[in-house]
Design a protein around this ligand. Sequence first.
Ligand SMILES: CC(C)(COP(=O)(O)OP(=O)(O)OC[C@H]1O[C@@H](n2cnc3c(N)ncnc32)[C@H](O)[C@@H]1OP(=O)(O)O)[C@@H](O)C(=O)NCCC(=O)NCCS
Length: 137
Amino acid sequence: MTPDALAALSARAYRYMAPWSAQAFADTLTRPTSLLKTSDHAFVLGQVVADEAEILALAADPAHQRQGEATTALQAFHKAASARGAQKVFLEVSAENAPAIRFYQSHGYSERGRRKAYYRLQVGQTADALIMARDLP
Ligand SMILES: CC(C)(COP(=O)(O)OP(=O)(O)OC[C@H]1O[C@@H](n2cnc3c(N)ncnc32)[C@H](O)[C@@H]1OP(=O)(O)O)[C@@H](O)C(=O)NCCC(=O)NCCS
């Protein structure tokens, strides 16, 4: 997927935080630590630094959700991160993003911490961020 396609998909999918711009995807993808895995209708963008991987953005097209699209991309991400030497994967997710939290839990992630009022939604409105993580085999 190109940066434009990634931005368009995330604009359709993101509900609980601001979607990434095409420029933000392009800039991130130039870093040698970046790792992008896609399926037909979903992507996972993250990075691997030393023995830790981090998921930076993940989305499935709303027209194709609950069909295993994000699971396929996440499994490919886990495999590639592990091949680069990652032993753990971390991510941040809005505490209000129940579908994503459920998704991550179903893939072995558990809550490791909480950042209060981490996301700014509208004027005066904030949401906590959950830090979730899992080990890689
Ligand atoms: C989270 C997200 C990527 C899941 O994509 P998906 O392709 O639908 O996920 P999969 O089909 O691979 O996995 C589905 C599993 O995830 C969980 N899940 C996904 N959507 C869910 C929902 N609306 N409610 C409850 N559980 C949900 C369930 O465990 C589900 O399994 P089930 O269908 O057997 O119940 C998708 O909802 C999305 O793009 N959300 C918007 C973007 C976003 O918030 N990204 C997270 C940024 S940190």
